[in-house]
Design a protein around this ligand. Structure first.
Ligand SMILES: [Zn+2]
Ligand SMILES: [Zn+2]
Length: 373
C-alpha cells in the first residue's frame, strides 16, 4: 500500500493548508463581513450572498439532497409529507445538528431546475441553522428531462440553465446524469452535458454529475470518463468538474478515479455510507487509500447523497444499524463525518489529510470567478 509514501505527501500537502484546519464547528454568523469579494476574485455562491472561500468553516458536503420546501398541499392537514425533506421544521433540526457535528456548508443537489419555492426555503434554512447552503440546477437523466429539451439546441438548453441559475442564486450545476443500466450516454444526454458546459462557460459555475455505476451489467467502468469527454468537448476545464458516484464503482486499483484526476477533474466519493449493497464502505476506504497513494489528495471530494432516509427503491438497507436521523441520535446529514471519517482515521489517514479532503478541496471545487451569463 506504500502508506509511508503517501503519508509524507499528505504531510507536505498539509503544510500548504491555510490556518484553522481542525474540524472546527462553524463559529461565525453568516452575516457579510465589511466589504464584499472584489471583481475578478474567486467566490462561493451561497443562497444568501457571494462569499470568500475562507469564510467557510468546517466540512463542505458537495452532494446532498435538502428537498424542495414543503409542498403547498401539505401545509395543512395531518398527512405527513411524502419525504421528510419537504418539511422545513424537520430539516432545521437535522441541519442544526449537522453544523454541531462540524459541517459548515452543504450543496443542495437538484435533479431539475429549482422552482420558485426552493430559494426561499434554502434561505430560511441557512439563516435558521447558521449553515452556508448552495442551491443547484440540473437536468438529471433522459427519463426525467422536460419534453421541450428534445427539440432545443445546446445553446437554448444553456439559456434555460443560465436563467434558472440567475433566478435561483444557483452556486453549482448538478446533478447531470446518465440513465440506470445504460452502456453509453444517450445522444440527448450528450446534448444536455454540452449545454451544461456552455452554461458553465457563461457563468463560471462548477459542475457535478451522477454516474450510473452498479446499476446493471452493461455500465462500463469508463462512464465517468465519457462524461468528462462531453464537458471537455464543450470547452470546460476539468478543474471545474466533479464526476459523481465514483465510489459506487467497484475498482480495487482505482483506475477510473486516477484517470479522472490525472486529467485534472475532481473525483466525488459522494455516496459514502450509502448504497453499500453495491460497494461497501470498507472497500471505499481501501479505494481512498490507493487514490491517496497515487498522489491525488487534491482531487478527492466526500459526501453521502443523503435524502433524509435510505433509498429502499434501489435495495438499500441502513448499513449502520441505529437511528438515521440526528433528532433520534443518528448521524443525520453529518453521515460522512460521523460514520466514514472515523473509518479513514482507523485506516491511518491523518487529521491534516482529512481536513484537506473535507474542507479545502470542496472550497476549491466550488469557488469560481463569476461571469455575467
Ligand atoms: Zn445521483
Ligand atoms: Zn443525488
Amino acid at each position: 500500500m506504500q502508506r509511508a509514501a503517501w503519508q509524507r505527501r499528505e504531510f507536505l500537502a498539509g503544510l500548504g493548508i491555510a490556518a484553522g484546519v481542525g474540524l472546527e464547528v462553524a463559529k461565525t454568523a453568516l452575516a457579510a463581513p465589511s466589504g464584499s469579494p472584489g471583481k475578478g476574485q474567486r467566490i462561493i455562491r451561497t443562497v444568501l450572498r457571494d462569499i470568500e472561500p475562507r469564510e467557510v468553516f468546517g466540512a463542505t458536503l458537495i452532494h446532498e439532497h435538502l428537498g424542495l420546501g414543503r409542498r403547498p398541499g401539505e401545509q395543512s392537514g395531518d398527512a405527513p409529507p411524502a419525504s421528510p425533506t419537504e418539511d422545513a421544521s424537520w430539516m432545521e433540526t437535522e441541519l442544526k445538528a449537522a453544523k454541531t457535528a462540524g459541517v459548515g456548508c452543504i450543496v443542495s443537489a437538484q435533479t431539475g431546475v429549482p422552482g420558485p419555492a426552493v430559494l426561499p426555503y434554502l434561505t430560511r434554512l441557512s439563516e435558521q441553522c447558521g449553515l452556508h447552503l448552495i442551491n443547484a440546477a440540473a437536468y438529471y437523466t433522459k427519463q426525467t428531462y422536460p419534453a421541450e429539451l428534445a427539440a432545443q439546441t445546446e445553446d437554448q438548453i444553456a439559456d434555460g440553465l443560465v436563467q434558472a441559475a440567475t433566478a435561483g442564486r444557483v452556486g453549482a450545476l448538478g446533478e447531470f446524469g446518465v440513465a440506470n443500466g445504460e452502456s453509453e450516454m444517450d445522444p440527448i444526454e450528450k446534448k444536455v452535458f454540452r449545454a451544461a458546459g456552455k452554461a458553465h462557460l457563461r457563468t463560471g459555475l462548477p459542475i457535478f454529475t451522477h454516474n450510473n455505476y452498479s446499476t446493471g451489467p452493461n455500465v462500463p467502468a469508463e462512464m465517468a470518463l465519457y462524461q468528462l469527454d462531453e464537458f471537455e468537448s464543450a470547452g470546460v476545464r476539468p478543474e471545474s468538474i466533479a464526476l459523481g458516484h465514483v465510489c459506487c464503482h467497484y475498482d480495487p486499483k482505482v483506475d477510473v478515479a486516477k484517470r479522472l484526476a490525472k486529467r485534472g477533474a475532481f473525483v466525488a466519493f459522494d455516496r459514502v455510507t450509502r448504497q453499500q449493497q453495491w460497494v461497501s464502505d470498507e472497500h471505499r476506504v481501501a479505494m481512498v487509500l490507493a487514490f491517496l497513494d497515487a498522489g491525488y489528495i487534491d482531487k478527492l471530494l466526500i459526501s453521502s447523497d443523503y435524502i433524509g432516509r435510505v433509498n429502499t427503491n434501489v435495495g438499500e438497507v441502513n448499513g449502520y444499524p441505529g437511528p438515521l436521523h440526528a433528532r433520534d441520535g443518528g448521524p443525520g446529514y453529518a453521515r460522512p463525518l460521523k460514520l466514514f471519517v472515523p473509518l479513514l482515521r482507523k485506516a491511518g489517514v491523518k487529521d491534516k489529510a482529512i481536513a484537506h479532503i473535507t474542507q479545502e478541496n470542496p472550497r476549491r471545487f466550488l469557488s469560481f470567478v463569476p461571469k455575467r451569463g
